[in-house]
Design a protein around this ligand. Structure first.
Ligand SMILES: [Zn+2]
Length: 342
């Protein structure tokens, strides 16, 4: 069952770039190609599958093994296999970064949340690098993680931030657990869970906790001219970027800014901030365990109040079992109340 496709750079940003590229002196063709390719992938994805499986080290079924493909600038996934599980690093830095990013995400889910790969049954992790021509995006197509190179004016290679990989793979986890529909509040939660565990994987790699983290999503994929901007801020949704190229960050931080039937990437800010507030008080991993337990009990059409209720309920169960601190239910309820959900 394929879930919804999620592009790392949301369409409202891609569209803004495509509309404004030429007058800003940017590579308008690269922006247009990215916009067109993204639309085409949405149409074609139902028929896409594995087209090349000649592994260096073949993945062992059910072990969460990694396999990295080089798409050689073609707009087609499943190119040449360049690195398998346990193979030595290769010359291409982005192939190694993709390998490491998939590995870090897999290890975070295994060590912190006790989950065995995306499907909790050791699903093989496929990653494609060098997808398309200056392709300004990355995506999870339901079976593989695909990274563009970026145009180096706005975005750089999408393997450069582990956020990207962790965000996209978490869409796979959501697809195999709550199956949250990609519309309105369930869609916003689908997006939020991806940012939540992406931020946690970032901290897992940096060996940092909530108080030391910048809570930015995608800051490492910004090209030099965009240095200092990011795609989203979990601590302060709506403040990640504001410039002529990307536009202004429209993310909601509170129910007062909630957009009915809005883009999931906009309303996700409300749940992102509830997680951030919980993590600052409880620590990122305890907060992650609570939200992960909630994710496994949510359902496709769930709404924000269901998420708030289940997070508090799971916090109570985890606290009773000594897995999170005793005040966790109160902390989680207060965090949701602070963003207007009760
Ligand atoms: Zn997403």
């Amino acid at each position: 069952m394929p879930g919804p496709i999620c592009f790392y750079i949301p369409s409202h940003i891609i569209d803004h770039i495509a509309r404004n590229a030429r007058q800003l002196g940017l590579d308008a063709e690269a922006a247009q190609r990215t916009a067109v390719a993204s639309a085409a992938i949405r149409q074609q994805r139902q028929t896409s599958g594995l087209t090349s499986m000649e592994a260096l080290t073949a993945p062992r079924p059910g072990r969460g093994d990694r396999q990295i493909f080089d798409d050689q600038q073609q707009f087609e996934t499943g190119g040449t296999v360049v690195r398998g599980e346990g193979d030595s690093p290769v010359a291409a830095a982005n192939a190694n970064a993709a390998y490491d990013g998939l590995g870090a995400t897999r290890e975070f889910f295994r060590e912190v949340l006790g989950r065995d790969s995306i499907d909790n049954a050791g699903m093989t992790l496929l990653g494609d690098v060098n997808y398309g021509d200056k392709y300004d995006n990355a995506f999870w197509d339901g079976s593989r993680m695909v990274f563009g190179n970026g145009d180096d004016q706005i975005f750089q290679d999408f393997t450069r931030d582990v956020d990207v990989c962790a965000h996209e793979l978490t869409h796979g986890v959501t697809q195999h657990t709550a199956g949250l529909l990609y519309t309105d509040q369930s869609g916003a939660m689908n997006e939020a869970f991806s940012d939540i565990f992406a931020a946690c994987v970032d901290q897992f790699v940096q060996k940092a906790d909530a108080g030391e983290h910048n809570w930015l999503i995608g800051e490492e994929v910004m090209a030099a001219p965009m240095y200092g901007e990011a795609i989203r801020s979990m601590a302060h949704p709506g403040t990640a970027y504001d410039n002529p190229v990307l536009g202004k960050d429209p993310q909601a931080a509170h129910m007062a800014q909630y957009v009915p039937n809005g883009d999931p990437h906009v309303n996700s800010g409300i749940i992102n901030r509830a997680f951030y507030l919980s993590a600052i008080d409880l620590g990122s991993y305890p907060a992650a365990r609570i939200f992960y337990a909630a994710l496994q009990n949510l359902w496709p059409t769930a709404v924000f109040t269901d998420c708030a209720y289940l997070c508090a309920e799971q916090a109570r169960i985890l606290a009773r079992d000594g897995k999170v601190s005793r005040n966790a239910p109160q902390t989680v309820r207060a965090a949701f109340r602070e963003v207007g959900i009760e």
